[in-house]
Write a protein that binds this ligand. Sequence first.
Ligand code: UDP
Ligand code: MG
Length: 322
Amino acid sequence: MRGNTLYIVVPCFNEEEVLPETARRLGDKLRALMNAGKISPQSRVLFVNDGSGDQTWAVITRLHRDNPLLCGLDLSRNRGHQNALLAGLMAARGRADMAISMDADLQDDVDAAGAMVDKYLAGADIVYGVRSSRKTDTFFKRTTAEAFYRLMDRLGAETVFNHADYRLMSRRALDGLAQFQEVNLFLRGIVPMIGYPTDTVEYERGERFAGQSKYPLKKMLSFALEGVTSLSVRPLRMITGLGFLVFLISLIMIVYNVVRWATGNTVAGWASLACSVWFIGGLILLSLGVIGEYLGKLYLESKDRPRFLIQEELGLEEENRG
Ligand code: UDP
Ligand code: MG
């Protein structure tokens, strides 16, 4: 029989407005699951403060004082959602038998957590929370997000459709995750690589409870780029294909020009010349950019910098380690 200590890991960046409500709902959920005998009394909610500029850590400290089931992890500075999540999951690893990751803004339906635990108890190692619809998202967010999944797929980065970072991972899956040492972290692409028995739970994604999205368009675009370049080398291969195509076109052009010359038909073609110069120049720059993107990744990976540093822990004392 597998153990049943659950850690709910919640990355928080400037979330002072929603935290009290999130803590209340998650605390209640944890209690209910404990009372139902599904999870052990050692289960906790773990808030990871990702270098917030507001009162987030003070709020977490207060929450922990009032309710010891709510724990905290304070990172040394802002490291981004994915790294904050990883920090929390790695803290849960060794303490918990399963960890559920969830956003702080209550967009992920808390009740789905119970269903995830059920699937874990039934034998799944990874349970993906999959959004059943996106009707609460703005039209813009919905279309860009869906285009994003499609593009990712085309470019060779496999992800679970309509799954964000709401998922349950077993102890064994967390151990697996710990072996993926990459600094360029894109969890929703890495987790499916772990394998083991998986399952999904559908849920309705609500609206942000309070505060503003921490993923403006600019961050979303760089997140998408990060996803593609850290999961797949297909863009590099596409460049090779493109180069081949351009080469083929130039061969045809040479033959064409030779024929025209032999038949005495030479024309002054400034426009076509100028266009092709710009075209080829653009292609070369674009290709160099893509290659540079990978080279930059390689450079960062080779430095092997720590992915996060921990400043303070609340309620994660060593005696809690399982
Ligand atoms: N987040 C974080 N660090 C960051 C940005 C975001 O820990 O640098 C957290 C944030 O507090 C939230 C989660 O990541 O819990 C998802 O962010 P958000 O809800 O703003 O994204 P959206 O739902 O709009 O995509
Ligand atoms: Mg959100």
